[in-house]
Design a protein around this ligand. Structure first.
Ligand SMILES: *Cc1c(COP(=O)(O)O)cnc(C)c1O
Length: 386
């Protein structure tokens, strides 16, 4: 099927990209291909380029096609986890002595990967507030960086960075501009269209969407870099397994629909919390009072389902996180079910004491797609107990 003719819209692409029916049987849903190896029509006679499960797999190809179509990129490459995708990108793009300029509130595991895994191999790291482009410009003027890496909205403080502005600064300094688009997902924000070079995803979150499969992906336009990334996918081997790839493609089909509900529920929760006496501060780009609100409204088509809040102190934050009932206390985010997380001791424990540490009074909510009245009642009963 030629998508450009019949499936131009994002919702159509989410359902149809890479999902052609099976030519042998007509099965509308392409089968999951578990085979690790492929019969050859004579030595080297591959059918469709498939040879061995690590080098390529049709179910993985379907997912990669779908990811590229959603982000509007030429190449989609999927991995066993978000961090495996990040590792492949960093090793493809960097050599010893190179430096990464990193946002000061990125996923803790990204910081850990660069500082503690790649650091000993000679990769250097500098941290700045990416939402302040003057600070980024000054940092790049002081010393160039090979990669500029941002998360917007960021985790868990929901800071917003101007992707187009950052891309201009990064490119002027000769850097590769990487956006971790996990929080927004391509349903709300497409960084490549704003000038970024590479989009990173933990597909474990909104893309998979049901908290039942770990995965990661890169989407990019540059052919040479894509070839290096694919080489590492093959040569280092952190590939997505067939069932993981299939579950992710199934999740992605409802991504645009889910993001609408995550966004409307997120906004309702954020507005409600902002008017509650026990809440010191709410971090949500959909609120007019958020410093990045106008920028988010311009570069995103919705504000998403992550809402962070500050309570009176660390003890109140811990008590709140332990007393919601519908919001389950768990790491991760982006699934249909609502979750509550205490970053300081959970998702961001690995960055405690570093420049990425999260204030101890902050709690992060991943607002799911449940009935909004139930979600509001749950946060109210938790706040009442503080
Ligand atoms: C979870 C997450 C990652 C890491 O992805 P995994 O799939 O857990 O390896 C990277 N970036 C962000 C923003 C995340 O939320």
């Amino acid at each position: 099927m030629n998508l450009d003719d019949v499936a131009r819209g994002l919702e159509s692409r989410a359902v149809h990209a890479g999902q052609d029916f099976d030519p042998a049987t007509g099965a509308v849903i392409p089968p999951v291909h578990f085979s690790t190896t492929y019969a050859q029509d004579g030595i080297g006679g591959l059918r469709g380029g498939y040879e061995y499960g690590r080098s390529a797999n049709p179910t993985r190809t379907a997912l990669q096609t779908q990811l590229a179509a959603l982000e509007g990129g030429a190449h989609g490459v999927s991995f066993a986890s978000g961090l495996a995708a990040e590792d492949a990108l960093l090793r493809a793009a960097l050599k010893p002595g190179d430096e990464v300029l990193l946002g000061n509130d990125v996923y803790g595991g990204t910081y850990r990967l660069i500082a503690r895994v790649l650091g000993p191999w000679g990769v250097k790291l500098r941290v700045v507030d990416m939402s302040d482009l003057a600070e980024v410009e000054a940092a790049l003027a002081e010393r160039p960086a090979q990669i500029v890496w941002v998360e917007t909205p960021s985790n868990p403080m929901l800071r917003i960075t101007d992707i187009a502005g950052l891309s201009r600064l990064g490119h002027a300094a000769g850097a590769l501009v990487v956006v971790d688009n996990t929080f927004a997902s391509p349903a709300l924000q497409r960084p490549l269209s704003l000038g970024a070079d590479v989009v990173v995803h933990s597909t474990t979150k909104y893309l998979g969407g049901h908290s039942d499969v770990v995965g990661g992906a890169l989407v990019l336009n540059d052919d040479a870099l894509a070839e290096q990334v694919r080489f590492l996918q093959y040569a280092a081997g952190a590939v997505s397994g067939p069932l993981d790839a299939w579950l992710t493609t199934r999740g992605i089909k409802t991504l645009p629909l889910r993001m609408q509900r995550h966004s409307s529920n997120g906004l309702a929760i954020a507005e409600h919390l902002a008017g509650h006496g026990a809440v010191a501060r709410v971090y949500y780009p959909g609120l007019a009072a958020h410093p990045g609100h106008e920028l988010a409204a311009a570069q995103m088509s919705g504000f998403g389902g992550i809402v962070s809040l500050a309570l009176a102190d660390g003890a109140a934050a811990r008590r709140f996180a332990e007393s919601t009932r519908l919001f389950q206390l768990a790491e991760s985010l982006g699934g249909v079910e609502s979750l509550v997380n205490y970053p300081d001791a959970m998702t961001h424990a690995s960055v405690r004491g570093t420049e990425l540490a999260v204030p101890e009074e902050v709690v992060r909510l991943s607002v799911g797609i449940e009935s909004i009245d139930d979600l509001l009642a749950d946060v109210d009963q938790a706040l009442a107990g503080l």
